[in-house]
Design a protein around this ligand. Structure first.
Ligand code: AHR
Length: 308
């Protein structure tokens, strides 16, 4: 979990670059890799002096990184919080030091909203609803029970909490749907595969649908399903979230049924918010990213357009 960048590159002779301390969640998924690339491209010299730190999916690493940014007196802190809770103290320290905080991608649960300036990210609850709406539509005319297994994201993270909530909200209105197993795969392919293996062992052939909180876990699970002698996308229908290239390839191959888009390319919008916050301009408390849903029949045509 090291810091990189921050070599003092200023915006020309005046050295008036905006120094930004950015704490990233980790490198757990294709989504995250694309997000990091986008942030680094947008927060580039000479306008920005970026101090980038990778938390390797651990909150304690993020708290350390934030404290180090405060000690260095950066102009703005931006971070994508690995989990929702436990931020009050360190955010109060940033506020006391007069350093504005911009949340990217994931939300925090704090008693006092003034501890951060703004949040740029996706509507994860709506993403969960969209996944469920796709499933309801795809299950038209089908009898119940429709047995679902759920691969959740990182425990306590905003996308895991919210996607689960949105998904349940929609399927709970239809008695055919039952979530029979639910466990975290930590947003990684490796864990997605392992947990799917455990689901298959426990449920045998009685799984109709997999809902994975991200594409990487779905891709790991696809491998587990194939190794169990079943056909992903047919024997078990699969819907996941992100819309990464790997998901489009899996849809093209008929192994994934649908992906709900979650756009990681926030860099430019983040840069603008940082400029505004640094200049003391008013910013909206929440900035939304626009996204859609893609199905197998669209995969081949859409694949060349995917930027992540
Ligand atoms: O916070 C966004 C989520 O984090 C993405 O859906 C997932 O792939 C990533 O790891």
């Amino acid at each position: 979990a090291g810091c990189s960048g921050g070599d003092g590159a200023g915006a020309g002779a005046g050295g008036d670059a905006i120094t930004v301390g950015f704490s990233q969640v980790g490198a757990e998924s294709e989504w995250r890799t694309a997000n990091t690339r986008s942030v680094k491209e947008a927060l580039a010299p000479p306008e920005f002096n970026l101090k980038f730190s990778d938390a390797q999916q651990k909150q304690e690493n993020q708290i350390k990184a934030l404290r180090s940014f405060i000690a260095q007196g950066v102009d703005v802190i931006a971070f994508s919080p690995v989990v929702e809770t436990g931020w009050d103290t360190v955010l109060r320290e940033a506020k006391a030091a007069g350093i504005p905080v911009v949340l990217t991608d994931r939300a925090v649960n704090v008693a006092d909203d003034s501890l951060y300036a703004t949040l740029i990210g996706s509507d994860f609850v709506e993403e969960g609803r969209r996944a469920a709406r796709w499933l309801v539509e795809d299950s038209e005319g089908q009898d119940g029970p429709i047995r679902i297994v759920e691969l959740q994201g990182t425990v306590g993270s905003a996308p895991a909490n919210d996607r689960m909530k949105g998904f349940k909200e929609v399927i709970d209105a239809d008695a055919r749907f039952q979530i029979v197993r639910s466990q975290s795969g930590d947003f990684t392919r490796a864990r997605g595969k392992e947990v799917m293996e455990a689901f298959l062992k426990a449920e045998g052939r009685n799984i109709d649908v997999l809902f994975a909180h991200n594409d990487d876990m779905a891709i790991g699970a696809i491998q587990a399903i194939e190794e169990a002698g079943l056909k992903p996308g047919t024997d078990i229908r699969i819907v996941s979230i992100d819309g990464v290239r790997g998901a489009f390839e899996a849809m093209k191959a008929g192994k994934l049924n649908a992906t709900v888009e979650c756009n990681p390319l926030l860099g430019e919008q983040l840069a603008q918010l940082i400029r505004d916050v640094h200049a003391g301009r008013e910013v909206p408390k929440r900035v939304q990213v626009e996204e859609g849903v893609f199905t197998q029949d669209q995969a081949e045509a859409e694949l060349p357009n995917r930027k992540y």
